[in-house]
Design a protein. Structure first.
Length: 272
């Protein structure tokens, strides 16, 4: 690629680090606390010696609170220790790249949290890994992430597995697990997520009935392209008019509610 490591149209690598575009430092400019570099085509700025991976140098930034490097055409894998390197991390968004490897690159490190007294996974609020090439199993050990509000693992290459345990994530407001090869039933524990406003479980192999959902704050619901059966729960039907988006298409569901309009019915089963 022939990138000059000390100059580019976006970065002057000889300038102080805190002056770089997308780099956020604390008020005293002693520590890097944020990397907000979405859509900057970082893959063309990184020297050839590190192309293909997120540089291990990021692990030295242990005061990071927020990392967003979405839509940068980054390929390769995350460095070992990535998940436990940032004890203050609240927001992590590496979506819309081509990051590869097994999901246990994160999962294994999350399992080490209890053995690492300096790390507190409960700080994490936002996690987006969507549209990469991650494989293996998706998260099963997020029990300590009780402040997590946004979880998006959609459009990866995970192996087939049953629905992960999410009942211990009571703060979730956004959950997108579409196209993640989940199989089996939607757990009834999902009703415990009382703050949930967006739920996307589309394009999977989910079976059985739709459980009762807490519909008080639910505005977006997509259960299309599964193998769900039985009747759509009445409380859910009665609240469709309050939702911004809903889709039950391409399942084997029974839709019983006399007060539902034809327009609502057609919207719920669009193209089905």
């Amino acid at each position: 690629m022939g990138v000059n490591p000390i100059s580019s149209d976006v970065y002057n690598f000889s300038a102080p680090l805190c002056s770089w575009k997308g780099v956020v430092c604390d008020t005293q400019k002693k520590y890097v606390i944020g990397l907000l570099a979405s859509g900057l085509d970082l893959s063309s700025l990184i020297p050839e010696s590190t192309i293909g991976n997120i540089s291990v140098g990021i692990l030295k930034c242990q005061n990071l609170v927020s990392v967003s490097i979405t839509s940068n055409q980054i390929i390769g894998t995350v460095p070992d220790g990535f998940s436990i390197a940032f004890p203050k991390l609240k927001n992590l968004d590496i979506s819309r790249n081509a990051i590869q490897g097994r999901q246990n690159q994160f999962h294994g490190h999350i399992s080490q949290v209890n053995a690492n007294s300096s790390f507190n996974w409960s700080h994490l609020v936002y996690l987006d890994l969507t549209e990469n090439q991650l494989s293996g199993e998706s998260f099963h050990d997020l029990n300590d992430a009780h402040n997590l509000k946004h979880l998006n693992l959609a459009h990866n290459r995970f192996s087939q597995q049953e629905f992960p345990e999410i009942s211990k994530l009571p703060s979730l407001e956004y959950l997108n697990l579409s196209r993640t090869s989940l199989i089996g039933k939607i757990p009834t524990e999902i009703s415990y997520l009382t703050s949930l406003s967006t739920l996307d479980l589309s394009e999977k192999h989910l079976t059985s009935r739709i459980p009762d959902l807490n519909v008080k704050n639910l505005h977006v619901l997509d259960l299309s392209l599964n193998n769900l059966t039985g009747q759509v729960p009445l409380p859910l039907l009665e609240n469709l008019h309050q939702m911004y988006k809903f889709n039950f298409s391409f399942n084997n569901l029974i839709f019983c509610a006399s007060q539902i309009t034809l327009e609502t019915f057609q919207t719920a089963f669009v193209q089905s």
